[in-house]
Each structure stands twice: as C-alpha cells, then as structure tokens.
Design a protein around this ligand. Structure first.
Ligand SMILES: *Cc1c(COP(=O)(O)O)cnc(C)c1O
Length: 333
C-alpha cells in the first residue's frame, strides 16, 4: 500500500506525479509570443488540449485507477459521465486491464454513447436523466462492489489533476499567476495545491463561464448551492458541484485567490485566438483562461501560466467560430 496523504496536499500530488509517470503525457509549457508581447510578461500555455484523450481528465482518472487495491481492481470502476471524464476513465481503465462501467441516461445522443463504448467501456443505459444515471452508479457500487470514480470530488482525482500544477512550476519556476478553468473544482483545487506547495507566492485564479458558474455561486454563498444549468460554449464546465461536496468546495475556497467569469463572446474569442495565433485547437472550457486575459479580466503580474484544459470541441462548431473560410487563417503556426 502506498502511503496516503491528506487530499489536496503537496505530498499527495507529488506521489501522484510519481505514479502517473509513463501513463500520461507531460504536456510542457509553451511560451506564447503574442500574449507575452501584449501583456509585457512571459505568458506560457499549459497544453492539456494535447493530453491523451484530449483533456487533463486522464490525470485524475489514471491516478484513481492506479490507487485501487487488488480487490477493487478486480471488480472494476463506475461513473456516470459522457464527457471528458467518462472518456478518460474508460481509457485509463482499459490501459490497466480494469473493467469500467459508464452509466448513461437514455437522453445521451448515440454518437456520445458510441464514443464511450469505443474506448472499451461497458455502457449501461438507464432512465431519462443524469440523476437516474447517478442512482445506477450508487446501485452498482452497492450491489456489485464497483468503485465509483467521480469527475472531481475525490482525493485521488484531485491529486492526479494537481500534477499539471507541478509541471507548470517546474517549467516556469518564477510563475506569478496561474489561470485555471473551473467547474467542479478538481482541476483548480489540485493545481492550486500544487502551486502553493512549490511556489507559495504565486496567485491561482479560477475562470468559469458566466452562464451557470456553480462554484463561483457557491463560494459567494459560503456553501455549495445549485445553479440553473444553461447552454454555453464551455460545455465541459457545466453542471453543479454537488450539495454534498466533500473536498473541492473547501479546497477552492481556501486555495484560490480569485474566480473570474467570462462571457460567451469572450470564450469564442479565446477559441479563435488559440487557433489562429497559437495553432492550438481548444474547446470552450479550455479557452476560458485566454478569454480572461484577452478581455482584461486578469492582469498578469509577472510570469503567467494559462492552462488550456481540453480540445474536445465539435468540429463544425470549431469551424463556425473560426470564420467562414473554415481554416481559421494562419492556424498552423
Ligand atoms: C472537466 C473539465 C474542466 C473542469 O474541471 P473541474 O475539475 O470540474 O473543475 C475544464 N476543462 C475541461 C476541458 C474539462 O473537461
């Protein structure tokens, strides 16, 4: 058994780093000449859009699987996500020869169901809502002994996501500001804990879309609250933080220096900038950090790292945002 440290501690994230070595990509930090010139500070892009399965979620999912004990490994894992977490968990489980069950509601479109199945997951269609899919997760955990791996509110998931923060500080030891996309807060909590651990003087700022920013509303209220879910370009940032949130709310409250919100047109500008100026394909959630910089909502004080969290955007939507010619101009730079 590995030594367990408390959730969200630097020691736990360092352990995750050693465990993940060879299982996930080290995505590096690439300086953006355009953003650096514009802000008069070195701006580095943490390219998790280039991560395996197209998002950082493979870090937390892999960490959770590698930390299963022998019996848990033998029984398998279960989750209820159609998005980047479901994809990551399916991929990580297959890599370790562990069974992954993904519970989806009957309303999930067939192409998304197929995508999860293609990664080797055992898909179970239940009911007509996400709540019913979540109930099936609880039932499988109870009746079949599967281990639930939730998308953010889990110590091993937080530790895995935090490894991106360690890589940022290694690549930019004098980093002063880190911008992190924020939804349920697994990524922001892990990255903030890692940055605090290695570079306590740096600021870590969460960025969410204005439409349905559950963590922002919860931090303002002082406890987890529900918000109306609205359609947004940053679809991977949708959803609540859970009224029974155990870890990420407190960690984000204690570790984030600020949370800023970006509007839909700003997110679109972020996606466009990433493609045209940086040659990077990012989804809406992955573009919110660039969006906050471009909109002047965060002023970089010193060297700044911006985490681009994912690439999984619908191709037609990406073309539409990038302009009528479909190529987005000089996007191959
Ligand atoms: C899940 C996800 C996020 C948000 O991560 P949380 O840990 O839920 O805050 C951001 N960007 C992308 C691409 C994601 O898939």
């Amino acid at each position: 058994m590995p030594i367990r440290y408390g959730p969200g501690t630097g020691e736990d994230i360092s352990l995750a780093r050693r465990q993940l070595a060879g299982h996930v990509a080290e995505t590096g930090l690439r300086t953006s000449p355009v953003l650096s010139r514009r802000h008069g500070q070195t701006v580095g892009l943490k390219l998790e859009n280039r991560q395996l399965t197209g998002s950082f979620k493979i870090r937390g999912a892999t960490c959770a699987i590698l930390r299963l004990d022998a019996e848990q490994r033998q029984r398998g894992v279960v989750t209820a996500s159609t998005g980047n977490h479901g994809r990551a968990l399916a991929h990580a489980a297959r890599g370790q020869g562990v069974r992954a069950v993904v519970c989806l509601s009957g309303l999930v479109p067939a192409n998304k169901v197929e995508a999860v199945r293609a990664l080797g997951a055992d898909v179970r269609i239940v009911g007509r809502s996400q709540d019913e899919a979540m109930e099936e997760v609880a039932r499988l955990a109870r009746d079949e002994g599967l281990t639930p791996v939730p998308p953010f509110d889990h110590p091993d998931v937080i530790a895995g996501q935090g490894t991106a923060g360690l890589e940022i500080v290694e690549a930019m030891p004098d980093v002063a500001t880190v911008l992190v996309p924020l939804s349920g807060g697994g990524l922001a909590a892990g990255v903030a804990a890692a940055v605090r651990f290695r570079r306590p003087e740096a600021r870590v700022i969460g960025v969410s879309m204005r439409r349905g920013a559950a963590m922002h509303a919860s931090l303002a209220a002082g406890h987890p609250v529900e918000v109306l879910e609205e359609e947004t370009l940053a679809d991977s940032l949708g959803g609540g933080i859970g009224l029974d949130n155990r870890y990420t709310f407190a960690l984000c409250r204690d570790l984030l220096d600020d949370v800023v919100l970006v509007d839909e047109d700003e997110i679109a500008s972020g996606i466009r900038h990433a493609f045209r100026e940086e040659g990077e394909t990012v989804e809406g959630a992955g573009a919110v950090g660039i969006a906050a910089l471009l909109a002047g909502k965060v002023r970089p004080a010193g060297p700044t790292a911006v985490l681009l969290s994912g690439a999984n955007i619908d191709a037609a939507l990406h073309r539409a945002i990038n302009g009528a010619d479909g190529s987005g101009g000089g996007g191959n730079g």
